[in-house]
Design a binder for this molecule. Sequence first.
Ligand code: CA2
Length: 145
Amino acid sequence: MRILVINGPNLNLLGMREPGIYGKRDYAALCDFIRECARSLNIEVELFQSNHEGAIVDKIQSALNGFDGILINPAAYTHTSVAILDALSAVNLPTAEVHLSDISRREEFRKFSYVSLYAQKTICGKGFDGYSEGLSFLKQYIKNA
Ligand code: CA2
């Protein structure tokens, strides 16, 4: 089983600013954490981070070749991107959405997620553990499909 893990804009800055919201660990630590979870679940992951909406759309489209599901933290594009929603719907792979923070308890503009309109599961406010929950969900969901 192969899962594409996508992280959106500014997540490469993890650990450098706003530790109160996003934690102290950096993006490299997040990648290590995701790879370790994947190993223990016996699934393969490819990790991708971009600050560019079109690059994320291109990557989602490319998932048709060889991936069974997508785990995505669209970051700020969560709240703005019909293009990412449309790409996920078009590719039609099982998808879990993850957010480090609890977007339902932050500013009004973070409460709406376009990606949630397609994702089979949304996990918020669990920090890095949200990624492990997302991978476990996808493994189970894909097995049962
Ligand atoms: O909670 C999440 O995971 C978010 O997707 C993170 C996004 C934010 O726009 C979403 O509303 C919720 C922001 C990621 C930016 O991460 C930073 C990390 C360090 C310093 C500044 C931003």
